[in-house]
Ligand binder design. Structure first.
Ligand code: SF4
Length: 706
């Protein structure tokens, strides 16, 4: 009887720098095949990079901690000739600067100095044509081809097109752009899974170190759901590590097509019969992580569209033929469409279908068909089944052409959405900033550093004009407004981290925040914002009139003895206030329920108002707040709807500017039947919190649902 070779795979928890990886590598003998003289190529996974590098990289980019630990451990066995190489897809293929920015930000250039390694962008290096058999020829990076050993350093994630993406799939970053496009063929037999299975065929032996400090569900991008998982999976055999990783993510390896193909190609079992798992057991760390984005029953629209009542569009689930540039767009478009819907007053669009990738065919009878990307344009440009064709050519497609094409179809994507692509990922990072010491950006530079207190995120120091104040001494129209936002301060119990908050300003000005729940009567306290995942912020009004211009500092004393502060210079905006006082009688507010189209039982209300700009006056920003019940003021603790211009500006810098409507409700909180609601539109001279000089609370408005 021939005994089958068994490959060791270690599963270890990440606890301590270098030591945790060292343990995994020792347990699994991952480096035992290396003598110390080899030329080693490290392939981290940098799925995406942005000039605005403050975006969520958790489960998207290999942590720099694991990259450095790998170098340290290779050095320990005598290996000095180490190269880090990656080919990051950027919207402009000739833009090498962004890759250099990534390498610098991730600390690779420091590793270069510290350990004498090399760092390279594969797109600036030669490629060699490699025949992988079965009529497949792909162009591979020459440095990876000619090293002695490759270490694949993927992150632990599921993948919307390939189900899971680990060590083998990570090697796709070693081929050039035409080869990557080739992998996403429309051929249903020899598709992406066929190509992925052959990627390692002519490469030197590939060792796997799977970085599961963070895990990305519905990866590979920053729009997935990120989790802290503190896992490391290592093996000298890439395929064994991927089989184990697949099980940990909740997928039997035989259900991952490219792994099955690899097994057949290489005469290996697809089950774990040739694997010995050491360290933690699979069962003790296993979960089930979705890979596809949620769509409605017939796959015509994302669930998010259904929840928001978006009608008259079909944005089908993209398939595995959608590659490089188009896949960067497909995850952003639903968000752009959502913003366009907000300004459509609940009217369905004109039965529009969006097609993308290389395989999709139009649904007969649609009024308008948007062909997104050169492949769709080439495939359907003469298709007589399309009534009104809107081709958006290009590979990559120019962002401005996407906006134009959708506007031609009647979908008014805000023009600055695609003009500011670099800002978008930052927006996706907001939920993670509130998870205290769970999501640590410092993992992507050098050592992860724990925060000792919830740091200050932002402040507001503004003049406040409350139009429906009675103008008594207790409740004057002219007041001052201070607001304080934190990272990682969530839920009432965590308020006990804060001891004292004081504002100091010109000529000895002092104002103290109170540690009590805020309401408009006491005008001073904290808000547990149920609309924003129980985030805590402090809001206070100084009823002694407007502040004088000058520098103001808000200082927080924490109970652990630490202090943090933030300052800004306040400059009165008399022009905007006078303009409001002059024009306010002409402002018209309206709220009406949107007709129920296509049997949707949910209630939507369209709130509209006249802006100063509509009346020939000043530019300003408008934010709409809605809460349940007919009350003297909106309930900031429990909003039904908030058109958050202060966050949406991250996506669209001009968001809220002269905005004269907001569609209520969103998917977060449904409007109830036969119920009264209070709403107010706040006018500000900026949509950036720390730049606001004037806030005007317009008179409260009310509406009642049927
Ligand atoms: S148009 Fe889109 S799908 Fe076609 S090759 Fe270019 S990026 Fe890929």
């Amino acid at each position: 009887m021939i005994s089958m070779k068994r490959y060791r795979v270690a599963i270890n928890r990440y606890r301590k720098k270098t030591k945790s990886l060292q343990k995994a590598i020792q347990l699994s003998n991952t480096f035992d095949h290396l003598t110390g003289n080899e030329k080693v190529f490290l392939k981290p996974n940098i799925v995406y990079w942005s000039w605005v590098s403050d975006y969520p990289k958790y489960g998207v980019v290999t942590t720099s901690r694991i990259v450095e630990d790998t170098i340290i451990l290779l050095n320990k066995i005598g290996i000095k000739d180490i190269t880090i190489g990656e080919g990051i897809v950027v919207s402009d293929p000739k833009d090498y600067e962004l890759a250099h920015h990534a390498f610098e930000s991730l600390g690779y250039n420091r590793f270069k100095k510290r350990y004498g390694i090399k760092v390279l962008n594969v797109f600036e290096r030669p490629f060699e044509k490699i025949d992988l058999g079965d009529d497949i020829v792909l162009n591979f990076n020459t440095d990876a081809l000619h090293c002695d050993a490759i270490i694949s350093l993927p992150v632990l994630k599921t993948h919307s097109e390939a189900k899971i993406s680990l060590s083998l799939k990570n090697l796709k970053g070693l081929i050039d752009i035409p080869s990557r496009k080739k992998c996403h063929t429309p051929d249903t037999e020899r598709d992406l899974n066929f190509y992925l299975a052959r990627l390692s065929k002519k490469l030197p032996p590939v060792t796997a170190i799977i970085d599961g400090i963070y895990l990305n569900e519905r990866g590979p991008g920053y729009d997935g759901q990120m989790k802290r998982s503190n896992l490391l999976i290592t093996s000298s055999d890439m395929f064994s590590a991927d089989k184990v990783g697949s099980c940990i993510l909740g997928y039997n390896p035989s259900d991952v097509l490219y792994l099955s193909n690899y097994a057949k190609e290489n005469n290996r079992p697809i089950d774990l019969s040739d694997v010995e798992v050491v360290g933690k057991s699979i069962e003790s760390v296993q979960g089930h992580y979705e890979y596809e984005f949620s769509y409605n029953g017939d796959g015509t629209n994302p669930i998010a569209f259904v929840k928001q009542g978006i009608k008259g569009i079909s944005y089908r689930q993209y398939d595995n033929t959608t590659c490089t540039y188009c896949s960067m767009i497909t995850s952003l478009l639903p968000i752009a469409i959502t913003y366009a819907w907000d300004t459509n007053h609940g009217e369905p669009w004109d039965d529009i279908e969006v097609l993308v990738g290389k395989r999709m065919n139009p649904t007969p009878g649609k009024n308008k068909t948007i062909l997104l990307g050169q492949c769709m344009v080439n495939k359907h440009k003469t298709n007589s089944e399309i009534n009104d064709m809107i081709p958006i050519k290009g590979c990559p497609v120019k962002p401005e052409n996407i906006t134009k094409g959708f506007q031609q179809a009647g979908i008014n994507i805000p023009p600055d959405f695609f003009e500011n692509l670099d800002n978008i990922p930052q927006f996706f990072g907001l939920p993670y900033k509130n998870r205290f010491n769970e999501f640590q950006e410092s993992f992507f530079s050098e050592d992860a550093k724990d925060e000792t207190v919830p740091p200050i995120d932002d402040i507001v120091v503004s003049q406040l004009y409350i139009d429906n104040a009675n103008d008594s001494n207790d409740f004057p129209k002219k007041q001052a407004k201070f607001e304080l936002f934190f990272f990682g301060l969530v839920g009432e119990k965590n308020i006990n981290a804060i001891k004292n908050v004081v504002v100091k300003g010109p000529r000895g000005y002092q104002f103290h925040f109170k540690n009590q729940p805020f309401d408009f009567q006491n005008g001073n306290g904290y808000i547990i914002d149920k609309y924003s995942r129980q985030k805590v912020r402090y809001l206070a009004f100084d009823r002694n009139g407007f502040l004088e211009d000058g520098n103001y500092t808000i200082t927080v004393d924490y109970w652990n003895g630490e202090t943090r502060s933030r300052s800004r210079f306040l400059k009165s905006n008399k022009l905007l206030l006078n303009n409001y006082l002059k024009l306010k009688e002409k402002i018209v507010y309206n709220a009406k329920e949107v007709p129920k189209y296509m049997g949707d039982p949910k209630i939507y209300a369209d709130t509209t108002w006249t802006t100063l700009n509509d009346l020939g006056g000043e530019n300003a920003f408008y934010a709409n707040y809605v809460s349940q019940g007919r009350t003297e003021s909106v309930n900031l603790h429990d909003l039904t709807h908030f058109d958050n211009i202060y966050q949406n500006r991250l996506l669209m810098p001009s968001y809220g500017l002269n905005k004269n409507s907001a569609l209520v409700n969103t998917r977060w909180k449904l409007l109830k039947h036969n119920t009264e609601y209070t709403w107010v539109v706040e006018i500000c001279d900026s949509n950036k919190l720390s730049d606001i000089n004037l806030t005007i609370h317009q008179p409260n408005q009310y509406f009642k649902t049927n």
